[in-house]
Design a protein around this ligand. Structure first.
Ligand code: THU
Length: 126
């Protein structure tokens, strides 16, 4: 799968976002080391703190299906800025794959790519 294909899956997933409060739709597509892809979208709640980010929905779907090793995650957010994972999502990704490649895209096209280790150095570990 190419970067562009994974990014397109993230964008498609973003269409299913439930974001009536922020009106900011996010989609994510995470690829496992075994080549499977799990998608997610942000799911907001009237109790705002109950909101779940797209990335964590994708990770939750994968882990609950027995997958724990990830190669890449593509993240799409509406608007003109690249959508980077929030701090909590970085920590959740680091739990499973500190070396994961993070691809960030936006409505106006293009993408940037980082290693999670560079986005979250010295992540917390027990
Ligand atoms: N959001 C994500 O889905 N992922 C992120 O990494 C950043 C923020 C969502 C949460 C909320 O529904 C909306 O974007 C605005 O914060």
């Amino acid at each position: 799968m190419t970067d562009r294909e994974l990014l397109n899956m993230a964008k498609l997933a973003g269409q299913r976002a439930y974001a009536p409060y922020s009106r900011f739709k996010v989609g994510a597509a995470i690829e496992t080391e075994s080549g499977k892809v799990f998608t997610g979208c942000n799911i907001e709640n009237a109790a705002l703190g109950c909101t779940i980010c797209a990335e964590r929905v994708a990770v939750g779907k994968a882990v609950s299906e027995g997958e724990r090793s990830f190669k890449r995650i593509a993240i799409y957010g509406e608007g003109t800025d690249y959508c980077f994972p929030c701090g909590s999502c970085r920590q959740v990704l680091a739990e499973f794959s500190p070396d994961i490649e993070v691809l960030c895209t936006r409505d106006t096209g293009g993408y940037v790519s980082y290693k999670l280790n560079d986005l979250l150095p010295h992540s917390f570990k027990l």
